[in-house]
Ligand binder design. Structure first.
Ligand code: ZN
Length: 694
């Protein structure tokens, strides 16, 4: 259980300041470690994941046609980034910025972030090895004085080849500047970057220090050299380490890494913001940006895009335009395609198909493919964050699909929680794509009725018939097992073997077609009861040793006893179990409902009370004052969460309790337990039923 630390490691003064919050970050939907959300700074708001175009103030002065006003009004970018160091260096710009303020100077009514010159010092050198001619505190004050929404401290840029000692001393310097800068920031939000080069322990420590400092926005810095040389697998490690330290509540900005190819993977790891100077830089070189690569305008015969710019002309016509006009049009297309990528990523998270998008992006570059494969080695991170259930998924490349957190979770849970049925024999059936299509449910019922218990062999592993409707196996479309690469097939066969060995009875392999097709008037309750037992064990027993089925349904020695104690209400249309009621004397209690869309249970208050009584760890403790409202059926907000089970993932059923441990409500977690405790905005638990009614 993680517990909220009031003052969050900062000074008392700092925590007072946090109460008059300047920015808020609310997470809405989650998929893998990615999320959609809203970042509010002052009165302005942007939906995340978001990309901010980099605006060069000097180019604007020269009449660059893509003005910030157009970026917002025409292209819909609600956030942009510009460089305060460049503004300050230009005396005329600087004095106008101070006089008018940044929003009026640039004519942009969205969120403006400013950078401080760190990257310039990396690119151009500057005074000393790694310094620009600017005082770290002065540049923060300057950003504040020109009215930047999110300023950035002057951190030390640590390159990937920096040795540990140097990276460590740079990190200490960055952190000390960070805490000094916080005192100067005034009403501006201040970004403190996570550096540390390729030293992963330093990255994680930097993230933790930033969080404990009370910082509410953090870029992951020093990654451009990795991006430029396609070192994506190392970049994955860097992001994961930084994110582990930062935690889920702080919006993470992958600094300088706005290439569309890498965005889906970065988002899947929990990056929320990106910046891109590439739309303009590429356009200057005559390059046309798409999701998978960049092309030279000269080499193109037609545009693979239907944006406002591309649908208006052919590449040939664009080539014939005067250079400046051509550059501007190319930049426009590049912006449209960046905008499209962000839209695609956001909708994939909402639909629960982010992995599919990551898989597709992996085909754009061999290094990217390797980086996605590498996720298999970092599966613990994805599992710490990924939702308990999403919608059905499609898996076409199992070399990558095998790294999905669902696969590992399912196998582990089957191993730990599954209860073997009383049957005469186990019948192993090879699954083809679309598991439920493999073995008609009528066939399953009838086979089961005769004492044969069907287990389907799938790329996920063995799937007992009663789990065929449960996410993940029941909701996925998978390649046939015979088409798997040898290594993966061996792995699956080992799982099946281990599973069969756990069962004492005889095992037979069979063809799906050879199974009995006898019509059965009424499905035998054996299968349905086993579904209740095993779905509840798999779903609620993930991080606990409780015998969940017995906690929920009461002790039983065999199924016939249980049959008298449980009433199953089935859907009239589909014949499938909908509601589970427990019989207690002459009283019936509705404890669970089975959801059609993912085959998981929703927990009713009576079921929650039984789990609560047994000490089930999926609980969220809220402050007693707001707990009153949760008991009446209102949602739980992060800032009132005192502690929460670390086992909680988005989508998990949870108990809401007061500080004395009494049950107030049951509901569904929107975010992880860690996020509930560390975060201070947004919904933590969607309450379904409270003890004082809805
Ligand atoms: Zn286009």
């Amino acid at each position: 259980v993680s517990t909220r630390r009031f003052l969050k490691g900062g000074s008392e003064e700092l925590s007072r300041e946090l109460d008059g919050r300047i920015s808020a970050f609310e997470v809405k939907d989650c998929d893998l470690a990615g999320r959609t959300g809203a970042l509010k700074v002052g009165s302005r708001e942007v939906m995340t994941p978001a990309l901010m175009p980099v605006v060069n103030p000097n180019l604007l002065e020269k009449g660059y046609p893509l003005t910030p006003f157009r970026l917002k009004e025409e292209f819909g970018f609600d956030i942009m980034i510009t460089n305060s160091y460049m503004i300050r260096k230009n005396p005329d710009l600087s004095s106008r910025a101070l006089e008018l303020g940044l929003h009026r100077l640039l004519d942009f009514d969205g969120i403006i972030m400013t950078d401080s010159g760190t990257f310039q010092s990396y690119v151009y050198g500057g005074g000393g090895k790694n310094e620009v001619d600017v005082d770290p505190l002065e540049i923060v004050e300057f950003q504040r004085n020109i009215g930047s929404d999110i300023g950035t401290i002057l951190d030390r840029f640590t390159t990937p080849d920096t040795d540990r000692q140097r990276a460590d001393s740079d990190l200490r310097e960055t952190m000390s500047r960070g805490s000094l800068s916080l005192e100067k920031k005034g009403q501006m939000e201040l970004a403190v970057p996570v550096q540390g080069g390729l030293h992963l322990d330093l990255r994680e420590e930097a993230g933790r220090l930033v969080r404990e400092m009370g910082v509410r926005y953090s870029p992951i810095g020093g990654v451009v050299p990795l991006m430029e040389s396609y070192r994506y697998a190392e970049l994955v490690d860097v992001i994961i380490s930084a994110k582990k330290g930062l935690g889920p509540s702080i919006p993470a900005h992958l600094f300088g890494a706005g290439h569309p190819m890498f965005i889906p993977l970065a988002v899947a790891l929990g990056c929320d913001l990106f910046d891109s100077a590439s739309y303009a830089k590429f356009a200057k070189d005559g390059r046309y940006l798409t999701m998978d690569r960049t092309r030279h305008l000269r080499e193109m015969e037609s545009f693979p895009c239907s944006c406002r710019t591309c649908s208006r002309m052919e590449p040939k016509e664009m080539l014939e335009l005067p250079p400046l006009e051509r550059e501007a049009l190319l930049a426009e297309h590049n912006l449209w395609s960046l905008r499209a990528v962000m839209g695609e990523v956001r909708s994939a998270i909402r639909e629960g198909t982010l992995w599919e998008l990551v898989e597709r992006s992996a085909s754009f570059h061999p290094s990217l493919y390797e980086a996605v494969r590498h996720l298999g080695d970092r599966a613990d991170f994805l599992e710490d964050n990924a939702p308990a259930t999403t919608r059905r998924f499609m898996c076409s490349d199992l070399n990558l699909g095998i790294c999905r957190p669902e696969f590992r979770r399912y196998r582990r849970s089957l191993c730990k929680n599954y209860r073997y049925p009383d049957a005469d024999e186990m019948v192993l059936v090879k699954g083809t794509s679309g598991l439920r299509g493999t073995v008609g449910s009528r066939k399953l019922h009838s086979s089961f009725g005769r004492g044969s218990w069907v287990v389907v062999t799938t790329p996920i592993g063995p799937v007992p018939s009663e789990l065929l409707d449960m996410y993940p196996p029941g909701q996925s479309v998978l390649p046939p097992i015979d088409s798997l690469p040898g290594e993966i097939r061996n792995e699956v066969e080992n799982h099946v073997k281990a599973f069969s060995e756990g069962w004492a009875g005889p095992v037979r392999s069979a063809d799906a077609d050879s199974l009995s097709d006898d019509a059965v008037e009424k499905a035998p309750s054996g299968l349905d009861l086993h579904r209740i037992i095993n779905v509840s064990r798999m779903q609620f027993g993930r991080e606990t040793d409780l015998e969940i089925d017995r906690v929920l349904l009461g002790e039983y020695s065999d199924l016939s006893l249980l049959k008298e104690r449980v009433v199953l209400r089935t859907s009239r249309r589909t014949g499938k179990v909908r509601n589970v009621l427990a019989v207690d004397g002459d009283k019936e209690e509705h404890i669970l409902s089975l959801r059609a869309e993912d085959g998981h249970f929703t927990l009713k208050l009576a079921g929650g009370a039984r789990l609560h009584h047994a000490g089930w760890p999926y609980r969220v403790t809220v402050d007693s004052e707001t707990g009153e409202y949760n008991a009446m059926g209102y949602n739980v907000f992060c800032r009132f969460v005192l502690s929460a089970g670390e086992c909680i993932r988005p989508g998990d059923e949870v108990l809401v309790v007061d500080p004395s441990g009494s049950l107030l409500a049951v509901g569904q977690a929107r975010i992880t337990g860690r996020h509930m405790v560390e975060g201070d905005s947004g919904v933590a638990v969607k309450v379904r039923e409270g003890i004082k009614g809805k």
